[in-house]
Write a protein that binds this ligand. Structure first.
Ligand code: CO8
Length: 372
């Protein structure tokens, strides 16, 4: 068995930003237009008016201030309210793979590695652009990596679950190094016309290089352990899939996009996540206060504050559990990896950190690391 490390990460930033003010202005125009169009039905009580959104609510309820997106004019067009993405011919690389390659190149460069050092690519994301061929194989081919690639989806826990797959492969020697790539293009799956969730998500891509500790550069993070958990819940869903056409579904049907019971998720997931990390740390003879930094899933600021308080027995600082969702919003499985990418330089040799995701499924994945 080999010892395994996270040797580097990469981050791709989409080209456009939507601020809360822009988002709310577009949503409220859509609401006004829709209410004017259905004024008679609303007046007669046959239809509920679309309520207005508000920047104050969004910032107070979530901590989100802006989000990156691949394309914003379509999202901000009250007549459309979803991004304008171009279909590509089959001989061009997919959008997910394109941003995956960019993040992966950064991870390789940071670790001083080359495609010939890598044996596999896992493309892990909450929503896949298509069923096949795998985006991971496109990324693998574009980078010139021999070996294998496959896609996997565990919603917001896709990255941590993929890290476990990669760690195990490297540990047993079936691969020397694996790139875990998380292209999260959430904007096409978001119900931008629903004020309860129109502010929640953003687009991004992260990449993580997992390799043998004995080939990893100094300052890498040894993976001490990974732990996965799932428990079925209907509280976060997206029913779109390859059977939708045969069910004669309209792609705009509400259940063909992301929907959730946000309060229920909040109440159920916070204790589960804190218990999960505490139990995982105990397997390694550690307690939560031994941890120098938590890189938590970035869905909601109060959620992370509550989880960190349960772990530490006190209010967490941004140094204990850094926050990136003010800048990025919820980027599904990439959130905890962005937090790690942006906030690990000051961790000293020997100090312990935990990367933890939580989301639809429900699913929770934790990775305990120690800086070398
Ligand atoms: N503006 C003004 N008022 C609003 C708005 C708005 N935009 N939205 C809701 N309100 C109103 C509500 O209607 C409600 O009014 P009333 O009291 O009259 O009923 C009031 O404000 C309070 O609403 P909520 O109770 O819903 O507000 P909360 O304080 O609970 O905040 C949140 C809502 C932010 C959604 C919060 O519950 C939350 O963050 N929960 C956790 C969510 C979470 O972690 N989800 C995980 C999702 S990620 C995942 O795993 C899925 C991956 C999918 C990939 C991405 C594809 C797109």
């Amino acid at each position: 068995m080999h010892r395994v490390a996270i040797s580097s990460t990469g981050l791709y930033l989409p080209p456009e930003i939507i601020t809360n003010a822009e988002l709310v202005a577009a949503f409220n125009s859509f609401a006004d237009e829709s209410n004017a169009m259905h004024a008679e039905d609303i007046e007669a009580g046959r239809r509920a008016p679309v309520p207005q959104s508000s920047v104050e609510f969004i910032e107070k309820a979530s901590g989100i201030k802006r989000r990156y997106v691949m394309e914003k004019t379509g999202v901000l067009d009250p007549q459309r309210m979803h991004p304008r993405l171009q279909a590509r011919p089959d001989n061009e690389i997919s959008l997910m793979a394109e941003i995956g390659v960019a993040a992966a190149r950064e991870a390789l460069a940071r670790a001083g590695k080359h495609p010939e050092d890598i044996d596999g690519v896992i493309c892990a994301a909450a929503n896949m652009q298509r069923a096949y061929p795998a985006m991971a194989i496109e990324i693998q081919t574009a980078l010139g990596i021999k070996g294998f690639g496959f896609d996997m989806n565990v919603a917001c826990s896709s990255a941590t679950f993929a890290i476990e797959m990669a760690v195990n492969a490297v540990k047993v020697g079936s691969a020397r190094a694996i790139l875990v790539v998380d292209p999260e293009i959430t904007s096409p799956h978001l119900a931008w016309k629903d004020r309860d969730c129109h502010f929640i998500f953003g687009d991004v891509c992260t990449a993580i290089l997992i390799e043998r500790l004995d080939t990893a550069p100094a300052g890498s993070f040894e993976v001490l352990g990974t732990r996965l958990f799932t428990s079925f819940s209907n509280s976060i869903r997206n029913n779109a899939g390859f059977m939708s056409r045969s069910e004669d579904r309209d792609p705009d049907d509400r259940d063909q996009l992301f929907y959730q019971e946000g309060r229920k998720v909040f109440k159920e997931v916070c204790p589960l996540a804190a218990e999960h990390m505490t139990a995982h740390l105990a397997e390694h003879a550690l307690v939560p206060t031994d941890v120098r930094r938590y890189w938590l899933h970035q869905a909601n600021l109060s959620m992370n504050q509550l989880i960190a308080r349960k772990l530490l027995g006190r209010d967490a600082t941004a140094d204990d559990a850094p926050v990136i969702l003010n800048e990025f919003a919820n980027t599904a499985s990439a959130g905890s990896i962005i937090a790690f990418h942006r906030h690990h330089d000051d961790i000293e040799a020997g100090q312990i950190g935990v990367i933890c995701s939580f989301g639809a499924g429900y699913s929770i994945g934790s990775v305990i690391v120690r800086r070398t």
